[in-house]
Design a protein around this ligand. Structure first.
Ligand SMILES: C[S@@+](CC[C@H](N)C(=O)[O-])C[C@H]1O[C@@H](n2cnc3c(N)ncnc32)[C@H](O)[C@@H]1O
Length: 291
């Protein structure tokens, strides 16, 4: 589990143990102490919570044993479970796909706050979608009021996003940034949520092993200053945006001034919003011709 989020059971947990289960029944009423100890010894900071999630997700003792092995070998908890909780939703997370971070829920909240008011049905694009968690959460928070598109260059991410978004009526596209999109979206996107990779190349060796070793480099590497992808998005987005659109991207406090500067240079009015609880920084941009 990532350091920015202690794990918690999602509302849709399927295998909650019964309080009346006998000692030999599966799942057990509480995670065995031996499991907690094993996870703790492997360096899992939230060992009790992780044990609870493993027990609640495994369907049989053999599966719990296999999941535990994968976790203690260093695989991110979300890849072991096959899902992550994000903004109250249970999001499928396939091995090799970026794990949605708790801090990104702030990007979702900002997007929802800036979406056109009802009865409009905003066109939402989750660009660089990974699992599609951001798009799913925005659509959910809008009460389904909206048309969702998502795109990613990584075929594994696209497959995973389809698992999460097909049932919501989302449209998932594969390709490099806007090249992935149907031309019919030009000029129609109201909310462009782009959680692009933003780790400076030189900082990748400093990431926790769970990210460094188990998430694809394309999901992390933002080029020399971490802003290479955002630069490309900013340069290409305007023709795709509706006149009242907002582009939102997550960044670090350190990168935010350069991010707003590059967006301003590309013809946007940009500002930075932060959330102390989630330690999240979001940069928003609207076409400057609108102001
Ligand atoms: C930081 S992850 C964010 C994933 C997801 N939006 C989230 O917040 O959980 C960045 C994603 O961008 C994708 N990506 C990287 N370069 C891309 C490109 N040129 N075009 C489209 N997607 C790209 C990666 O495959 C990865 O899924």
């Amino acid at each position: 589990m990532r350091p920015d989020a202690s794990p918690s059971l999602p509302p849709s947990s399927a295998h909650a143990p019964s309080a009346s289960a006998s000692a030999s029944a599966f799942p057990p009423a509480a995670p065995p102490d031996s499991l907690v100890a094993r996870l703790r010894a492997a360096g899992c900071v939230f060992a009790e919570d992780e044990a609870r999630l493993l027990v609640a997700t495994a369907r049989a003792p053999a599966e719990l044993a296999a999941m535990t092995e994968r976790r203690v070998s260093g695989l991110p908890l979300e890849h072991v479970l096959g899902w992550a909780e994000f903004a109250g939703l249970r999001i499928a997370v396939d091995t090799g796909v970026f794990v949605p971070r708790r801090r990104t829920e702030f990007l979702v909240r900002c997007a929802v706050a800036l979406a056109p008011a009802p009865p409009a049905a905003p066109v939402v694009l989750d660009l660089c979608c990974g699992t599609g968690a951001v798009g799913a959460a925005v659509l959910d928070a809008l009460g389904g009021r909206g048309v969702l598109h998502a795109a990613d260059v990584d075929p594994a991410a696209v497959r995973c996003a389809r698992r999460n978004l097909d049932g919501l009526g989302g449209h998932v596209h594969e390709g490099d940034l806007f090249d992935a999109l149907p031309g019919s979206l030009r000029g129609r996107i109201d909310i462009l949520a782009a959680n692009v990779p933003y780790v400076p190349t030189g900082d990748i060796p400093l990431l926790p092993p769970e990210a460094r070793d188990h998430e694809p480099r394309t999901a992390l590497d933002g080029g020399p200053d971490g802003l290479a992808l955002l630069r490309r998005v900013a340069a290409a987005a305007l023709p795709w945006l509706s006149p009242t659109a907002t582009l939102l991207t997550e960044t670090t406090p350190h990168q935010a001034p350069a991010a707003t500067h590059l967006l301003t240079a590309c013809g946007y009015t940009s500002r930075t919003i932060t959330d102390d609880d989630l330690e999240a920084t979001v940069v928003t941009a609207t076409p400057a011709s609108r102001s």
